[in-house]
Design a protein around this ligand. Structure first.
Ligand code: GAR
Length: 195
């Protein structure tokens, strides 16, 4: 229980899930050291990590001569952080190459804002909303070589209410993400959660 755990979080955007995970870990006194890896130096997640004192590895993807070179550098940074208990994708907006996915098989999770297998890929909340669905939700799943296709670990439904706008729905889906993701990560790491 007290063995220190090592977790890498990959994120490209706002980082609200990153922050929810780090805060939850601290509230529950988890023995976890986090490292953020990002492809976007100017992303809001970098500012959140600085504020929370989480070490950050920035790999500005545009500065690499090719996507392969960027992916090689990312893999090297992840391997330098080994032994890693878990790699957490939290709004990381690039598809990972098969070598990285295979290396971290059953050690890499992703969160997606829909009830997979419905609405994989980009703009999942908006597409469910515009399709007139009565419900959408959040999925946490193991990462495999497809896009949002790996085995589901946990799902939570979010109703789409008649009075919803896209903005109110997005806010509720994100709240659901912030509730479910830290708990699932805790369970996978064998650490205390509040259910
Ligand atoms: C989250 O809604 C997450 O589910 C989604 O990106 C957002 C990141 O928000 N991920 C995907 O769509 C992956 N296919 P955040 O940067 O505030 O955590």
């Amino acid at each position: 229980m007290d063995r220190p755990r090592r977790v890498a979080i990959l994120a490209s955007g706002s980082g609200s899930n990153f922050e929810a995970i780090v805060r939850y870990a601290r509230e529950h006194a988890w023995p976890v050291s986090f490292t953020l890896l990002t492809d976007r130096p100017r992303a809001r997640v970098v500012r959140r990590a600085n504020r929370l004192g989480v070490p950050t590895v920035i790999l500005p993807s545009r500065r690499f001569p090719s996507r392969e070179a960027y992916d090689r550098a990312l893999f090297a940074e992840l391997q330098a952080l080994e032994p890693l208990d878990l790699v957490v994708l939290a709004g990381y907006m690039k598809i990972l190459p098969p070598e990285i996915v295979r290396h971290f098989a059953k050690r890499m999770v992703n969160i997606h804002p829909s009830l997979l297998p419905r609405y994989p890929g980009l703009h999942a909340i908006e597409r469910a909303f515009r399709a007139g669905e009565k419900k959408t939700g959040v999925t946490v799943h193991w990462v495999d070589e497809g896009v949002d296709t790996g085995p589901v670990i946990a799902q939570v439904e979010v109703p789409i209410l008649p009075e919803d706008t896209l903005e109110t729905l997005e806010a509720r889906v994100h709240e659901a993400e912030h509730r479910i993701y830290p708990r699932v990560i805790g369970e996978l790491l064998g650490l205390p959660t509040d259910g």
